[in-house]
Design a binder for this molecule. Sequence first.
Ligand SMILES: [Fe+2]
Ligand SMILES: [Fe+2]
Length: 184
Amino acid sequence: MQFTKKATVTAPAICAELRASHAGETGAVWIYKGILLVNRFKRDSDIETFAKHHLATEKEHLSQFENLIDRFRVSALLFIWILAGFTMGALSAVLGKNWVYYTIYKVESFVDVHYQQQISDLSKLDFLDKAEIISMMKVCNADEQAHRDEALNAMTGKPNLIMRMWGKLVGSGSHCAVIVAKLL
Ligand SMILES: [Fe+2]
Ligand SMILES: [Fe+2]
């Protein structure tokens, strides 16, 4: 995706959206790094293929937002989003294969709704490279939907009560993270 090169003053609302998505894509990269680190010991080839493929996509998403980095202030809490992503990924991988798939399903379900909301909100505003940025977000969103569906299809059984509670925590944690990242 090609963007206008020069640095520009970006309206606070757009800056906040870009910061939240940059934080989210950073967290996503680290979720898969956490999964892959634990999987070095578990040596599950399905998880390795799944996580490596998703990691490559998330790195591509992150680099797209980094191309726009002169348009927004990066989250001051980026280290927290890295730590949270890594911990979520690593913990799910320790708990088991189904936990990994369910965690990714819940994260990507949240991200799908978030991108859709963001695309709808940004469509109503005017800003530099609007068409390119919205189309970039649509491509990211389509990838997240594919990740979500892939994770759901890979599940080997229904989530138990503890997993469902974990899933709610993942969803509400992601929701809070977006609110905070828009501000900080
Ligand atoms: Fe992503
Ligand atoms: Fe994703």
